[in-house]
Design a protein around this ligand. Structure first.
Ligand SMILES: Cc1ncc(COP(=O)(O)O)c(C=O)c1O
Length: 371
């Protein structure tokens, strides 16, 4: 059995427990409705998602990866096109580009935020570039002002990977409302987590209507495939119902994560580690709280011995993984990506972590540097 004293990296069970009664109500309601795919729960959640993001429409999908694939596809990305993306990201950001037989072009990230370095993107754009995939990694927005301007100037499409950033703002606007499409994941540990897989694309009504055709065999009406390369990837009624329940607590949960970040920042001040920052004009949603240390591996072992779970997001950049690096191009150096990979360490971060647990994490980190 897991040591009850262990501080987990995330705890979806504890986060969900607050909503258990309402989720049981949803389950009963859906069972009794006789409608399990494409019914009122999905419709209601999609409207809430569009409202929360500040866009015309949202389409519920089977996963965040499918959200990326459909968004890229609806933006016209296909075989041989290039898509600019960081190598320092979750694998699915890059896998989605490969799924369309397009070519990922890797660009380095900023050391401070671990998001794509917007200053380097212009030089990476070539004649085959179709899109920029900006990943709001760890919950901090990428430089959407610079990226949107560049995309407009160079006639490429900007797409946002918001899987880790639900609740984050750039210049007061929700992530997922600046690019042509925003792509969200409802994986259970995400800021808005389902009880299984789920995802959504946000955007204009016309753009989302296209994604709605792609998610159901390319159909415009039942049994009539209007567009090619449609697949099947739908958010179901149960997950949509659960997500509507959790959506009501999203702002509070993101605020709770921000409070945890403030506490860590106070308790860890003065140590020889780099703490996450929040750039001017940005609201960090703290999906992850990632510190950086030269002594990362020894610190990680020390924390493990002290009963504190940690994570590496991510242990391998995309450009070194055989399954992601084939048929890619790298624009410029990836020095920051490589440096981050050796130094990053994710500390426990979730909405319901207790003050006592935060204190134990901080004591354990301080304990390492007292040695
Ligand atoms: C940045 C990023 N993009 C995309 C995804 C893919 O989402 P999903 O696991 O729902 O397919 C994830 C989730 O792991 C992610 O963190």
């Amino acid at each position: 059995m897991e040591n009850p004293q262990t501080v987990p990296l995330a705890d979806p069970r504890r986060d969900l427990a607050r909503y258990e009664a309402e989720m049981i109500d949803v389950t009963r309601r859906v069972i009794n409705s006789g409608s399990y795919i494409g019914g009122p729960e999905v419709d209601k959640f999609e409207k809430a998602m569009a409202r929360a993001t500040g866009v015309d429409a949202a389409a519920g999908l089977g996963s965040g990866t499918d959200a990326l694939i459909f968004a890229l596809q609806a933006a016209g990305v296909g075989r041989g096109d290039e898509v600019i993306v960081p190598s320092h990201t979750a694998g699915p950001s890059v896998a989605a580009i490969h799924a369309l037989f397009a070519t990922p072009v890797f660009v380095d990230v900023e050391y401070d935020t671990a998001c794509i370095d917007a200053e380097l993107v212009a030089a990476a754009i070539g004649p085959r570039t179709k899109a920029i995939l900006a990943v709001h990694l760890y919950g901090h927005p990428a430089r959407l002002d610079l990226l949107a301007r560049l995309a407009a100037d160079r006639a490429v499409v900007l797409i946002e990977d918001c899987a880790q950033a639900q609740g984050a703002l750039f210049s007061g606007k929700s992530v997922g409302s600046t690019g042509k499409f925003g792509c969200f994941s409802f994986y259970p540990t995400k800021n808005l987590g389902a009880l299984g897989d789920g995802g959504a694309v946000t955007g204009s009504q016309a753009g989302v209507d296209l994604v709605r055709k792609l998610r159901v065999y390319g159909w415009s009406t039942p049994q009539f495939a209007e567009i090619p390369y449609g697949r099947c990837s739908r958010l179901d009624e149960l997950q949509a119902g659960y997500l509507s329940v959790r959506m009501q607590g999203l702002a509070e949960d993101v605020e709770a994560r921000r409070k945890v970040a403030r506490a860590y920042r106070e308790l860890l001040a003065g140590l020889p580690i780099d703490l996450p920052i929040e750039q001017a004009d940005c609201r960090h949603a703290y999906h992850l709280f990632v510190i950086k240390s030269d002594a990362r591996d020894a610190l990680r072992r020390h924390l493990g011995d002290a009963g504190v779970m940690t994570g590496l997001h991510y242990p391998f950049p995309a450009h070194v993984q055989p399954g992601l690096s084939t048929n890619t191009r790298t624009a410029g150096s990836l020095d920051v990506t490589l440096r981050l990979q050796e130094r990053i360490l994710s500390l426990p971060m979730f909405a319901t972590i207790t003050d006592n647990e935060i204190g134990r994490v901080a004591d354990a980190v301080r304990g390492y540097f007292r040695k």
